[in-house]
Write a protein that binds this ligand. Structure first.
Ligand SMILES: *Cc1c(COP(=O)(O)O)cnc(C)c1O
Length: 372
């Protein structure tokens, strides 16, 4: 028996991620592999750090790419910055806030959950009430852009509250980075993680992470060692920032980092503000077309993510059938509903390279045809 090379179909990815990868990023991925301590590679890693500082709008020295997907970025923040017995305020308005709660509890912390309805942003008032009621809480954790519902929360106001009540902030920016305004230093964010495959339009499997000096100080002052060896950032620091004498920690995903470098370079060339504006403009076009078809949004206009459009499935329409026709007839992937929205909504992504005029036109045309 012989196996043939795998030839993936040429899809257009307009779901909740991965998003369409820029052709230049795919080209970068195929360049010859070098050793992960090769001087040329180390120079490129330094550029990745600078480009990530730009994307996050931070001067944080500790700004790196974790060699694993966004979920590992989430875990990196909790496992390094939290110790057993700590009280953490966790905001839950979708799937990913619930995962944060699970991280806290598995690490022996006490999660104080602030719940908001799916499709609504995190309530700043409720968070302030929780901070007042739990003066011994040490961390506030929330999702900036909730991909399961398409709701954007006010990261600036929430991080200001964290500072006011002497908490470190942990922010999930997996879907927000590169798609909507995000300013780590101006907003006083202490720990933030993202993913390569959403608005950065890179291949999946890498998680950019940044810690403020305050977060790094807390990490260095820990009582107990970090319980995960692989994610222990005190060990990883020697690889990403051992000036002149980087030491082996694990083998970096060399080619994936070429790809990340290229995707961040493209973002830098375009300009962050321009990328935010492009996502907003494409969202407006898509929204106009979807509303013309009679589809309505899950999230109210003021808190809607441009890069993740959750719309209700019209009555009497077969969810799975529509998505499979889009895939089979138009090579177009859109996302199903997740959790509370499973079977009730579609999630149409306009992330990174997918946030283009052609994609909006393709999606509206295909949906129109399939729904009729
Ligand atoms: C996709 C996503 C994650 C998880 O990232 P993976 O790369 O799939 O592990 C976490 N948080 C949010 C908000 C996401 O959209």
């Amino acid at each position: 028996m012989s196996f043939k090379p795998f030839n993936p179909p040429a899809r257009t990815l307009m779901g909740p991620g991965p998003s369409d990868v820029h052709p230049q990023v795919l080209q970068a991925l195929g360049k010859p592999t070098v050793g992960h301590l090769d001087p040329s590679f180390i120079g490129m890693m330094d550029e990745v750090k600078s480009l990530l500082q730009y994307a996050f709008q931070t001067q944080n020295e500790f700004t790196i790419a974790v060699s694993a997907p966004g979920s590992a970025g989430m875990e990196t923040c909790f496992v390094n910055l939290m110790e057993p017995g700590e009280k953490v305020i966790v905001c839950r308005n979708g799937v990913f806030g619930e995962r944060m709660r699970q991280n806290v509890e598995r690490l022996g912390g006490e999660a104080i959950v602030v719940d908001d309805a799916w499709g609504t942003p995190v309530s700043v008032e409720k968070v302030e009430a929780a901070l007042k009621a739990h003066p011994d809480a040490s961390i506030l954790a929330f999702v900036h852009a909730e991909t399961s519902t398409g709701a954007l929360s006010d990261a600036k106001a929430l991080c200001a509250l964290a500072q006011q009540y002497d908490c470190l902030s942990i922010v999930d920016a997996v879907t927000s980075l590169g798609g909507v305004e995000l300013r780590v230093d101006d907003w006083g964010i202490d720990a933030i993680y993202s993913g390569s495959q959403k608005c950065l339009s890179c291949v999946p499997g890498i998680s950019p992470v940044s810690f403020s000096p305050k977060a790094v100080a807390k990490l260095k002052a820990r009582q107990a060692p970090v319980s995960s060896w692989f994610l222990d950032q005190t060990l990883v620091m020697g690889y990403w920032s051992g000036e002149g004498k980087r030491s082996y920690h694990h083998t970096a995903p060399v080619n994936s980092l070429y790809a990340l470098h290229e995707s961040l370079r493209l973002l830098h060339d375009e300009g962050l503000e321009n990328a935010w504006a492009r996502h907003a403009a494409m969202h407006q076009k898509l929204k106009a077309g979807l509303e013309q078809m009679g589809l309505s949004f899950v999230v109210d206009e003021a808190h809607r993510l441009p890069q993740l459009n959750a719309v209700y499935i019209p009555d009497g329409v077969n969810d799975a059938e529509v998505r499979s026709q889009l895939l089979n007839r138009f090579n177009l992937e859109i996302g199903a509903g997740l959790g509370d929205l499973a079977g009730k909504a579609w999630r149409i992504g306009l992330m990174g390279y997918a946030a283009r005029e052609e994609n909006v036109t393709l999606c509206l045309g295909a949906l129109n045809e399939v729904l009729n």
